[in-house]
Design a protein around this ligand. Sequence first.
Ligand code: ADE
Length: 353
Amino acid sequence: MAIISNDEEKKPSRKNTNAVSKQTEYDRGFENNIRPKTFDEYIGQTHLKETLKITILAAKKREQPLDHLLFYGPPGLGKTTLASVIANEMKSNIKITSAPALERPRDIIGILMSLKDGDVLFIDEIHRLNKIAEEILYSAMEDFFIDMTTGKTQTSKSIRIPTAKFTLIGATTKAGALSGPLRDRFGIVHRLEFYTMEELEAVISRTAGILDVKITEDGAKTIALRSRGTPRIANRLVKRVRDYAIVKSDGVIDEKTAKSSLDLLKIDPLGLDTTDIALLRLIIEKYNGGPVGIETLSAALGEDIKTIEDVYEPFLIQAGLILRTPRGRKASAEAYRHLKYKLPSQQVGLFDE
Ligand code: ADE
């Protein structure tokens, strides 16, 4: 399986290097090395995997391309990885790109025209596709052709060009931001779930094995607990704890080394980093627990709204630390407890836990 990537997108820059920060080029290189290639190697998303195996077998039996697929969910849960596994299981080639890299019509046309029958086209952050690119995709997805206009206004002619019979896999952190017509053109739509502790431990042990680092069960557990349900974070932490273990002890990742290393990185026992904690403290200290609007939080933290919404909030909500209400974000009683604040007495009982 050939993997071709033209993902030139510019991710929003971040001012620190927290564990939760977005993926860098270096991370991508590292991830490619440890990326599972088959469903057997891919840990987690069990239900989705079973569904996909059936869909793939059926497509192979029908000798037709796989239906277009849309994956949504928080970043770092393995959407790109899963797309590569699918292409590999289909014995197809995959082209990986992202919506911000498809700015001009010729970008999307070029990539569509380069596809061969059975290829997989993976478009990350597909909710960011512009209107023109989206319209070009409609006919390609539905009937495998694109309409192109040639010549100047008076003499312009529309020509219909066939494309190969490909499978589009779209990924987004914001399923709600996708236009209806685009969403409707995906035959299969799936949400990726946060990983369980056991799944994360398995990912961590597997990665440690590939990196040739010894890790104890408790060492893997300690890292899993602080990985926010996210394999990308788990893998990043394995590397950092490995470095710490090499310098500070005998190179083996055990519970003690993992704890000291993660404490030094300021990743707390729930996996919260300094930005998560600053966000919660802001709501508790300045806004008396909320509700407070996302714009206000963004301005006060100096973190863009999209990063707060896409990167930080999903886990804080899932962990029950932040509540999203129509009037804004509130800190939960659990957030007060975790950060060792006293619950304001007049608010006890007001928290919908
Ligand atoms: N590395 C990152 N995600 C993974 C997964 N789901 N399974 C195995 N290794 C991984």
